[in-house]
Design a protein around this ligand. Sequence first.
Ligand code: CA
Length: 519
Amino acid sequence: MKKLSLTAAILATTAMATPSFADGHLRIVDEPLELTIQMNHARYPIYEEDWPVEQVARELTGIHLKNDTVGANMRTDENTGRTEALNLMLAGGAIPDIVGSSRIRDFVNQYGPEGAFIPLNDLIAEHAPNIAAYYATRPDIEAAVKASDGQMYYIPYLPDGKYGRAYWIRTDWLDALGLEMPETVDEYEAVLRAFKTQDPNGNGLDDEVPFFARQWPELIRLVTLWDGRAHGSDTYHDFLVEDGKIGHGYLGEGYRDGIANLARWYSDGLIDAEIFTRGSSARDFLLSENLGGSTHDWFASTSGYNRLSSEIDGFEFKAFAPPASPSGRRIEEHRRILVKPDGWAIGHTNEHVVETIKYFDFWFTEEGRRLANFGVEGQHYDMVDGKPIFKQEFLDAGPVNRSLYQVGSQLQGRGYFQDYNYEIQWSNEFALEGIALYDEGDYLIPDFLGVAFTADEQKVYDRTWGTIRDFMLERQQSWILGSGDVMADWDGYIAQLDSMGMQELLEVMQSAYDRQYGG
Ligand code: CA
């Protein structure tokens, strides 16, 4: 009897998981087919076969992915874009049937034309109607995905929505000190200084941390407050494009002036003394402890901290418009990029490429896209008036992004098209108000969508970029921490970069850009 009810419970669960599309129309193979996968991402270093989302995908398509991840403990570095696990996999000589990773684009666009990955153009045209339909509407994104030989070698993660990060500030601290919302960089500095010196948390201690960030490159982004540029895309330290010309933020005079000011802010205690080391828990810790004053971070997740008002009397953390630079410019450098360098590809030894591209296409069907975005119907969301609506207990279970990763949704190592509706559901009034403010001000600027190199260009890039980037980051951090003076060091810094091949690198970036986007 006990056994029977257990079976009944399992059946009920299975039925609940796939109520509306259990008719088999998404089936790719009659007999279950196993494909191996390498999957790396900072938040999920291996592919988990028991993710609820994967179990449903298996049931619907007949394709069973088997984890075969090399270098599971070598996480992709989101700050530098290094992909050690992918390199280790390649060095091992065995490429699984499917390779999914953050920062996969440069890797497959280099090794795909050399034969390590399957070219996808014809496979998409013949077997992936949903992916093809997407590209038919977005030829610019199709161009951005292609390698130098004109082939696509990966199916990308395609973010949805426009806005990513914003400036945030403790408005109750402003009120406590009788201050207005800062509109210019000078006013912002005055506010941060008041946070530092006037005890806005009211505990009698000099313990406030005026500006903090979960990712230290967000500090560098503040150079935009002095007309500098930092990150040309949502990849930190990326090149930038302005009027069809490739450049780099860390070469500009606005950057130089910005770093000089940030060094001064750091020295004056306006910036978290542990900005380079505190890491991803900075926001959670400094807000929960009533210590942090201002940051630059994502709308939806940051707005959620207003729940702290139940513990911290008067707590209010609101988005504010980018402060104007001395020349009067207000820009928000970060936006949700149109196409990520993340996604998945087909390894060259894969003997089921047609089934694999059909499987990739599954995630672009209505049902697959919903699964990739919202999790499993009945477990994580319900259909209400034809729309997936998260269950309240799922929303209440902690940060929604984290919960989704834990069930196998919103994986950036999977090629899929995000649905912004997944995020609106947990964007509270503070996020929506902030987004409206940013919409009104039109602060966003164009992103650099990246380039793919020829073999010769790749050689220049490989020879120069790693050492150039490391040198720029080392100098940048030293200047902010007070070792050296950026104004005095600047000419030598630029000369050093040129001697490391910076101009040559910019030339190959430009030629690749012109080829890719028809400049
Ligand atoms: Ca205090």
